[in-house]
Design a binder for this molecule. Structure first.
Ligand code: PGA
Length: 247
């Protein structure tokens, strides 16, 4: 059985009140044995509400970013240490919106991964190419660079997750084809096997993200090296996200 994870990236959506309402509905509809395969990345302002809402469930959660230090003179940043105290399990890092809009680079992201693992939390590393890079046939090289810098700074044998998200497929409604997803996911798995050995490599979840919807999830999940999804838009509604998790 391959490991599975369905992750929701809410981005800058939902107030704490909306978050509470969502989770009350979601928990009442989500089968118990599915709960520990689900993880929500909520806005920083909803973290405490999320902690309270999910504390009696097996559903996992965390922030969409953190700083590379636990505390200090870093105005406006979010601490992974606070996540730990609130009971988070995962932290999303390196999302393409963070890389593009906030100029985060591979080194900085790897430093965050190291810190997250040192707190026994699980980093979820986003990687992926822009349309221009795909058109120039650079997709696999870009993914390899993003992964290589990361595994050099973390402990790859401790839990971590990869989310492959082609930038051109995020929020565009333009999902990658099965063949495109298969090519990159197979490449990532082979890279991990070569660098880390088969046993460690097979434990690592490789999620696909980019316009995942209830009607395309099933086909993609059948691919051997797709271990689940990172879902943006379709995770904002209880029913559509649950349908994806039940694919
Ligand atoms: P999308 O976003 O599902 O809305 O394309 C995915 C993501 O940005 O993680």
């Amino acid at each position: 059985m391959k490991p599975i994870l369905f992750a929701a990236n809410w981005k800058l959506n939902k107030t704490p009140t909306e978050t509470k309402t969502f989770f009350t509905d979601f928990i009442s509809k989500c089968p118990q044995d599915l709960q520990n395969k689900i993880c929500f990345f909520v806005p920083a302002t909803s973290l405490e509400t999320t902690s309270n809402s999910l504390k009696d469930s097996d559903i996992q959660w965390g922030s969409q970013n953190c700083y590379s230090k636990i505390s200090g003179a870093f105005t406006g940043e979010i601490s992974a240490g606070v996540m730990k105290e609130l009971g988070a399990t995962h932290i999303l890092i390196g999302h393409s919106e963070r890389r593009q809009l906030f100029h985060e680079n591979n080194d900085e992201i790897a430093g965050k991964g190291h810190l997250i693992q040192s707190l026994s939390l699980t980093p979820v590393l986003c990687i992926g190419e822009t349309l221009e890079q795909r058109d120039r046939n650079l997709t696999l090289g870009i993914c390899e660079d993003q992964l290589r810098t990361f595994i050099e700074q973390i402990n790859p044998a401790q839990p971590w997750v990869i989310a492959y998200e082609p930038v051109w497929a995020i929020g565009t409604g333009r999902v990658a084809t099965s063949n495109q997803v298969k090519e990159v996911h197979d490449f990532i798995r082979n890279f991990l096997i070569q660098e880390l050995g088969t046993e460690v490599a097979q434990r690592i979840c490789i999620l696909y993200g980019g316009s995942v919807k209830p009607d395309n999830a099933k086909e993609l999940l059948q691919l051997e090296n797709v271990n689940g999804f990172l879902v943006g838009g379709a995770s904002l509604e209880v029913d559509s996200f649950l349908k994806i998790c039940l694919s």
